[in-house]
Design a binder for this molecule. Structure first.
Ligand SMILES: CC(C)(COP(=O)(O)OP(=O)(O)OC[C@H]1O[C@@H](n2cnc3c(N)ncnc32)[C@H](O)[C@@H]1OP(=O)(O)O)[C@@H](O)C(=O)NCCC(=O)NCCS
Length: 169
């Protein structure tokens, strides 16, 4: 895909409906049962750290980041990440993650967590959380709990339950 045709932009309030429809098509009603959803319903995602991918004016992908705490440490939860099926496998997912990571780092954030497939997110700088270091507010396959340090060593001393950052809700 040519860089000329793809744009990555911060999410705006006007994108809400298109993103909700994309999530519905991609994940269906089962999305509400996920442990990560328990966190996302406790705090809003940050529009300035969430991004849309567009081909022309068509929204073809979205990534959202939500403020959380791990124990006492501030962090961000990445997800959902979604790309419209006809536009997959062209680097759009990776471009959304790269932009979200870069902007989060610029703003001084140090850690990004997510629940997802290590074979995919491993290529984007995420690695599995050592078993027991953090806990989610619901069942999650420990192999799918991944972290990305935006500052070297930022995860070393971090431990505890993950919860929404209520102050940001
Ligand atoms: C996961 C998703 C966002 C990837 O978007 P994308 O734009 O196709 O991703 P990219 O183009 O950056 O990367 C594509 C590569 O990742 C691989 N890949 C995609 N999903 C993968 C997965 N779940 N596990 C391992 N590899 C995966 C593709 O095979 C491809 O590999 P290649 O580079 O060797 O050809 C997209 O497939 C999607 O929306 N899936 C449904 C929603 C979902 O599962 N979201 C993630 C959980 S929140």
């Amino acid at each position: 895909m040519s860089d000329l045709s793809l744009t990555i932009l911060p999410e705006t309030a006007d994108d809400a409906l298109a993103i909700e429809r994309l999530h519905e098509r991609t994940f269906g009603p089962g999305r509400y049962a996920k442990s990560a959803y328990r966190i996302r319903e406790g705090a809003s995602h940050r529009l300035d750290l969430s991004f849309t991918a567009r081909i022309g004016t068509l929204l073809v992908g979205s990534v959202r980041l939500t403020p959380i705490r791990i124990g006492a440490a501030p962090a961000l939860l990445l997800g959902p990440l979604t790309v419209e099926p006809p536009f997959r496998e062209r680097g759009i997912g990776a471009a959304l993650i790269a932009r979200a990571r870069a902007d989060a780092k610029k703003r001084g954030h140090r850690l990004v967590m997510l629940v997802g497939d290590e074979p995919y997110y491993g290529k984007c700088g995420f690695r599995p959380v050592p078993k027991g270091q953090v806990t989610m507010p619901g069942p999650v396959d420990p192999a799918r709990l991944l972290v990305c340090e935006l500052a070297a060593g930022a995860f070393a001393e971090v431990t505890g339950p993950i919860r929404p950052e209520w102050d940001a809700a």
